[in-house]
Design a protein around this ligand. Structure first.
Ligand code: ADP
Ligand code: MG
Length: 731
């Protein structure tokens, strides 16, 4: 082992497990302490202010400056008592991270130079103009009109982090286009609320609000900081671009749900403590399938808030990892050959009357409503399967999808045997059969009883990208580093549009004199038939499925730059336009950003791979090769010719093998550089992204293959980069 590697591994062994900040108090004592939640509002705002603010949050009333000022006053007092000296608008640019710029509360009380006061006006709370010209916008803001505004999102509570009051905001251009991921999500959530309420009211007029829920499951890897520092590929790209399989990795299935290593357990305690401070209801923690892979999942919550909490949690996890001398990897595929990381998005809808719309009901009427929402969702996912795939697709996630571990790069929906039987029965029955009235004149559908065990989540299919799991759908194709907003905006929009269509179709049938139940039943039946292609309960990893899915007309594209095009298809433009979520111009702009991001990611990886190949791998391999040559030379000097040849034949073969790998690496790195140069001259981002995908990316595998072969041959003492077996096993 090289000295550098040896020292790093030794250091990693010695590190002790210490929870830095896990306290001894009850969780409920500090839960949400740093969030301006309802409890804080009651203490710091007047009753009237709270009422007016709730009107804004719940009923969409406009936020006036007088109200903003009242809230700002209370918020500032609360925040300063918790040690805040600064405030910041926190927003979600199109880069999948968050952005913030801190300003101090201080201001001159009067003329400049006079006494200082701490001030925070309603105007500062409500709106700001960050110098945001360098955030990606896809050409929406030309340089002469580079202004962008952040505007307060009162539906996601502000919080204090370190010394700053953090205010969740949307980010829009001077001309009103969204420049972030939150604004379209809020619009999509508004759309599904409205559309779902209208459908629910066909069953229960008391339904006034429908909330979309999200429960995310965050997967991640931990790597010792010292080892991480000696892998430039991990540092610069978030993943290893080379590294031979460890002899032992996940074959024994001994990591999943295994006991958590003590160093990691201490880390988990600390992130949970931080989560609770910020009102994030962290609930589940466990080892994942791959070595060094773990998961954290909170209790689900309102979708917009849950997205914000996930973003906050990802940044907390990164910070806390460093206190434990770890680096947290959120990349979807940090290590080849073992599982990558995803972020299952558990999604459901619930009413103000406390009904889960994907929870099978107890009465026939509730069941009809359940089936309505289920089937409408299937129809939406069927129609927009290409868009849903685009909503989760990135350069990183492409390594994970379809790689025999994560959902395939084809969107399909899994229902399980019982529910499939229900739909099949409904499809075949006539409306007269299906709707039977009992003596109390109560509606009884021919829907078979859906047993309680159904809620038990037993019927599972890990290979499905969109699976029904008892009371919700689980969108599993979302990547671990992603902002869930993209997936959630697409899904909620697709379902909202379908609910609107559903209502219109039912209304049209009723207008011809058909009963409500019969009309609903007929539309449901037509949806079951029409959306059949999206239902798939088999093995999503199999090659037969790829063939079958193509036959069914599902989107089977695997190239990231092409998948992204689904955002600007006719159906997507229509969908987002109709609901006012994103305009055609915004969609095109977003795709520009996506292609640009894709190019940059592959470009950086290509550079790092080329560099490491030329200045880490080849020099080491050459040194080992010359050691072997030296040996051969000496053998020949000592032994008679025939004997010498016999003795050195193995070394000679190795020398040749090394030469071959070295020249393969050199040739392919040269070709890679050339391909990059050509791609870089392409003007349009989409064409450039395609060139990076089709021409540049294929060199990665062949270069890596030769490097990984050398890793097996070269003297371990000389090899400078920590190997998988060292990176992947925390003790
Ligand atoms: P599993 O790994 O078995 O799928 P987890 O317990 O890790 O399950 O995560 C399940 C996630 O689903 C949690 O975040 C949970 O709060 C969430 N969830 C449960 N019920 C719902 C629901 N009705 N709507 C949305 N999310 C839900
Ligand atoms: Mg799950």
């Amino acid at each position: 082992m090289s000295t550098l590697r040896f020292n790093a591994v030794e250091e990693a062994f010695k590190k002790k497990a210490v929870a830095v900040c896990a306290p001894s108090e009850y969780t409920s004592d500090y839960y949400g302490k740093f969030v301006f939640n309802k409890a804080a509002m009651v203490k710091y705002l007047s009753k009237d202010t709270i009422k007016a603010l709730n009107n804004v949050i719940e009923k969409g009333a406009t936020l006036d400056i007088a109200l903003a000022s009242q809230v700002a006053g209370g918020m500032k007092l609360w925040a300063t008592e918790l040690g805040a000296t600064h405030y910041t608008h926190w927003f979600q640019p199109l880069t999948d991270g968050t952005a913030e710029k801190h300003d101090s509360f201080i201001d001159y009380a009067g003329a400049p130079g006079e006494a200082i006061i701490e001030d925070f006006s309603g105007k500062l709370l409500a709106q700001q103009e960050p110098d945001a010209s360098s955030f990606p916008n896809g050409g929406i803001r030309s340089t002469f009109e580079a202004r962008g505004y952040t505007a307060w999102d009162p539906s996601s509570p502000a919080f204090v982090m370190d010394d700053a009051l953090v205010i969740p905001t949307i980010f829009i251009s001077y001309t009103g286009e969204s420049l972030d991921l939150k604004a379209p999500l809020l619009k999509a959530l508004g759309a599904i609320d409205k559309a779902a309420v209208a459908v629910c009211q066909m069953f229960d007029p008391n339904v006034k609000k429908v909330v979309a829920f999200l429960g995310w499951e965050q997967e991640y890897f931990l790597v010792d900081e010292g080892l991480y520092a000696t892998r430039p590929d991990l540092v610069l790209t978030g993943r290893t671009l080379m590294g031979h399989d460890s002899a032992k990795n996940q074959q024994l299935d001994d990591h999943y749900f295994g006991s958590v290593p003590t160093r990691v357990a201490a880390f988990m305690k600390d992130i949970e403590f931080e989560a609770y401070k910020y009102g994030i209801p962290a609930k589940t923690r466990h080892n994942e399938v791959a070595p060094n892979q773990f998961e954290l999942a909170p209790i689900f919550g309102e979708c917009n808030l849950s997205v914000d909490q996930n973003l906050l949690m990802m940044s907390i996890m990164k910070k806390v990892a460093r206190h434990h001398s770890f680096r947290l990897l959120l990349h979807e595929k940090p290590f080849a050959g073992i599982n990558g990381s995803g972020k299952h998005n558990n999604w459901s809808l619930g009413t103000n009357t406390g009904v889960g719309l994907f929870t099978p009901g107890k009465t026939a009427e509730e069941n009809l409503q359940f089936v309505t929402f289920l089937v409408t969702t299937l129809m939406a996912v069927f129609k927009h399967n290409a868009l849903l795939k685009a909503s989760i697709m990135t350069a990183q996630n492409a390594h994970r999808l379809g790689a025999n571990e994560a959902p395939p790069a084809i969107i399909s929906a899994f229902l399980g045997t019982q529910l499939t039987a229900v739909l099949n029965k409904l499809e075949k029955s006539t409306s007269d059969e299906a709707i039977i009235f009992d003596d109390k004149k109560k509606l009884l559908l021919g829907i078979p009883h859906i047993p309680e065990v159904f809620l038990d989540n037993t019927d599972r299919n890990r290979t499905s990208p969109f699976a029904f799991t008892g009371n919700r759908f689980e969108f599993r194709a979302v990547g671990s580093s992603a902002n869930c907003s993209s997936a959630m905006a697409a899904l909620n929009s697709a379902v909202a549009a379908q609910l609107i269509e559903f209502k219109a179709e039912v209304d049209a049938k009723m207008a011809t004199g058909a009963s409500k139940e019969k009309s609903i039943f007929e539309v449901i039946k037509s949806y079951i038939k029409a959306s059949k292609a999206i239902r798939f309960d088999g093995n999503g990893y199999s090659d037969e499925w790829k063939v079958e899915a193509a036959k069914r007309g599902l989107d089977c594209e695997t190239s990231v730059p092409k998948i992204i095009e689904a955002y600007t298809s006719k159906s997507s433009i229509e969908l987002f336009g109709k609901l006012n979520v994103l305009s055609e111009k915004e969609l095109h702009a977003r795709n520009e950003v996506k292609w640009e991001t894709y190019v940059k990611k592959i470009q950086i990886e290509a550079r790092v791979l080329g560099d490491l190949a030329i200045n880490h791998i080849i020099p080491v391999a050459t040194r080992y090769q010359s050691l072997l040559l030296d040996n051969v030379y000496k053998v020949k000097a000592v032994f008679p010719v025939e004997k010498a040849e016999k003795i050195s034949s193995k070394d000679m073969a190795l020398i040749e093998e090394i030469s071959e790998h070295i020249s393969n690496i050199k040739d392919n790195v040269d070709a890679l550089i050339e391909a990059r140069k050509v791609a870089n001259t392409i003007e349009h981002e989409d064409k450039k992204a395609n060139a990076y995908h089709d021409v540049v990316l294929p060199y990665f595998d062949v270069i890596r293959y030769n490097i990984d072969k050398l890793e097996l041959i070269v003297d371990d003492e000389m090899w400078t980069l920590p190997k998988y077996r060292e990176l992947l096993f925390i003790r």
